[in-house]
Design a protein around this ligand. Structure first.
Ligand code: HEC
Length: 182
């Protein structure tokens, strides 16, 4: 009963709040604390301009990532980023998941790194730096050549070794068509 009364009062409060224009628009300072950039979708929508090179990525990786992911992405203390074997198949013995054997889309890697890494300071990498890092990590996983530039156009064309392993149920696919590629 008490719960019900609370619910009705809360609802009434919300309704009146809307009616009398209560609430404050979000300040620019507060808005700046949220990451409001578009999500990068599997097909590359949302990717910013810029271009990444493997050699540049190697330099940035050594400075900002190696301490947690190992000098060559082998992991320790945190996640392994460079995969063996390529890729994981249903018959593969369990191994440590990593980019080359587990990630279905290269574009997701861009979004993830830009949004979440480096772990202690997410959001501090420039769009260009993220492209460099993605290029380096794809190269280290044996997916692109050392001289392949990574940008808005080329990144969605990269076919990940684990692409076929992504198994999304048909209902989810129907409701969220942008979540997967055909
Ligand atoms: C302070 C330690 C730390 C640093 C520095 C760091 N990471 Fe991470 N990274 C983590 C942790 C912890 C996770 C796991 C996060 C989770 O599962 O929620 C992670 C996860 C990842 C993953 C996902 C791995 C997977 O397959 O699940 C990627 C990719 C990654 N980091 C890339 C980077 C890159 C690129 C940099 C450098 C810009 C970086 N990280 C710097 C700690 C770090």
């Amino acid at each position: 009963m008490a719960k019900k009364v609370f619910f009705v009062v809360a609802l009434l409060g919300l309704a009146l709040g809307a009616r009398y224009g209560l609430g404050t628009p979000i300040s620019e300072e507060l808005a700046a604390q949220y990451d409001l950039r578009p999500v990068v979708l599997p097909d590359g929508r949302g990717l910013p301009p810029g271009e990444g090179k493997v050699a540049e990525g190697e330099r940035i990786y050594a400075e900002k990532c190696a301490s947690c992911h190992g000098a060559r992405g082998e992991g320790y203390p945190f996640n392994r980023l460079v995969a063996e074997p390529f890729p994981i198949t249903p018959d593969t013995e369990p191994v440590e998941y990593a980019i080359g054997n587990y990630w279905p889309y290269a574009t997701t890697l861009y979004d993830y790194i830009r949004r979440a890494m480096p772990f202690g300071a997410p959001g501090t990498l420039t769009d260009e730096e993220v492209y460099h890092l993605v290029a380096f990590l794809l190269y280290m996983n044996g997916i692109i050549e050392a001289d392949e530039p990574i940008n808005q156009k080329t990144l969605p064309q990269v076919r990940m070794p684990a692409r076929e392993l992504l198994d999304v149920d048909p209902e989810t696919k129907r409701r969220f068509p942008w979540l997967t590629l055909p």
